[in-house]
Ligand binder design. Sequence first.
Ligand SMILES: Nc1ncnc2c1ncn2[C@@H]1O[C@H](COP(=O)(O)OP(=O)(O)OP(=O)(O)O)[C@@H](O)[C@H]1O
Ligand SMILES: [Mg+2]
Length: 274
Amino acid sequence: MPPQAPAASPKLPISGVKNLIAVGSGKGGVGKTTVAVNLAVALGQLGYQTGLMDADVYGPNVPLMMGINETPMSVSERIQPLNRYGVKLMSMGFLAPGDKPLVWRGPMLHSVIQQFLRGVDWGDLDYLVIDLPPGTGDVQLSLIQTAPITGAIVVTTPSDVSLEDARKAVTMFRQVKVPVLGVVENMSYLMCPHCQQRIDVFSHGGGRRMAERMEVHFLAELPLDPNVRIGGDCGKPVALEADRQEPFLALARDTVERVREAALETGPEIEIGE
Ligand SMILES: Nc1ncnc2c1ncn2[C@@H]1O[C@H](COP(=O)(O)OP(=O)(O)OP(=O)(O)O)[C@@H](O)[C@H]1O
Ligand SMILES: [Mg+2]
């Protein structure tokens, strides 16, 4: 059965949090976490109060990519998010560190997602960016059914296999009535450092074509850049670096614009229950 919008489950607002942006994709390894982390940092650089929630419970990469792994404190039974580069953070990696995989089933997953949304003291945020695990499974549904997601960003590479799965992700968000803010084509091209020619490693332009065909906004094409990978592995996102941050600042500005448009389309009030 395709996922359906829940009949009457209340999508209660998260106190203090104005906008929730989910970053997803059909396929794994296309750069969701990279985009989510750099988008959150870029929003912070633009002066917005920003949080980043790592909803990849089984494979949390936010601690590594943000260069922080501490145990969050609890105050009055509320978990205090960590803070790094001006972004508030919560990840399963902070609670269950180490290399052991988590073996949890649906209900447990659901309660962790709820805990992250409502048991964390996010304070006042303009944007809470949510890094989703790959695919269109339990975590995505649990979130969508219970949180007032403002909109989703779908990340893809230009390759056909990634695009096929990204189309499924767009369709899933539409079926559950989450506005798709736009598509990001990541690893769009590589600038050869030797000959300065563009190399379309995973092909090029498929993200834009898919966005046009599915009538969703095309947000950005981000190059395949070793510095982006190094920034992720070193825990210092490139969005912090003056000479490399522009593509992510542009993505952040465009996202803000799309959120405004989405709010105009759905009305200023958050809908409670679909
Ligand atoms: N534009 C880019 N240029 C260079 N490397 C990149 C780029 N985007 C992502 N990467 C690298 O590709 C790898 C996968 O990226 P990432 O972990 O963000 O993907 P993901 O979609 O979140 O994966 P998963 O589905 O496992 O959660 C990482 O090592 C990351 O640093
Ligand atoms: Mg990821």
